[in-house]
Design a protein around this ligand. Sequence first.
Ligand code: ADP
Length: 311
Amino acid sequence: MNRISVIGSLNMDLVIQTERVPLAGETISGRDFNLIPGGKGANQAIAAAKAGSPTSMFGCVGDDEFGEVLLNSLKDAGVNTVNVSKTSKVRTGVASIILESSGENRIIIISGANNLVDAAYVDSHWDEIKLSSLILLQHEIPLETCHYIIKKAHASSIPVMLNPAPFHEIPTDVLTKVDYLVVNEVELQGIVPAQVSSIEDVIRAGKEINQMGVKQVLITLGGDGAVLVSNEEVIHQPAFTVNAVDTTAAGDTFVGYFASAIINGFGLKQALVNSCGAAALAVTKVGAQSSIPCNDDTQSFVQKYTTEGVR
Ligand code: ADP
């Protein structure tokens, strides 16, 4: 059966909204506080499941209240969570996010239980993981685990999609084993440190990565859509014009939808359209996992937009 395995992070986002951040030693009253289920791994798993693909999450949470909430959020979206470990050694990962009214944000991540996703965890779940049609990875579990999985998957001929966020350097012998690399502009420049100020620059950088051995390179460009660069073709899908209110999880929505389209055998053009359509819908809503649209909504939005030019 076609199935996606996401091996990645689960974090509780602790979001404080405030007029301004306090000075050292100062106490101020903030505006609002929310607990929002997140973590790039969990967000992308939810996007893939909402896109309609059987999706299993692999990772680790603490044996605490946040861990329960995160698992329930995944289950509600239809993600299989039986392989997510619970530990009593450390707490569930958290991201402490301070949003200033100016739009400036400050984020501190405590990886917590995500740090326990190591080679031994991967080996002990490999019988399950190896049944996947695609393995989806990000950079919010230990980097050495990520690299270990990519090499192991390659040896077993299981395709890997890597979204290297947050960016850390990827060794060449690992990069060459990635089948689909999905990067935003910042991550792109981490790999190809050239000036990127136009679509042509993006395509040039994408081709350089093709030459390094990655067959399919996807570059997301926020309000400028996304570009696919492979040895055979280059496709630029402009963004769907929407009233953007919150871009949180836009990239994660794109990645999860793209993974789903790939394992369902969609052509690359159609995969790009679906992913940009879903990500555009996600930016019209506040929130992370809750803003990720289901496939029916995405399909009717894309169809309406294309046939009626709905904005
Ligand atoms: P990240 O959040 O990872 O940096 P991007 O900002 O590139 O990712 O956004 C991912 C995708 O979300 C884009 O390729 C695009 O399809 C969609 N998107 C982002 N911002 C907007 C926007 N303002 N309007 C429409 N679509 C958007």
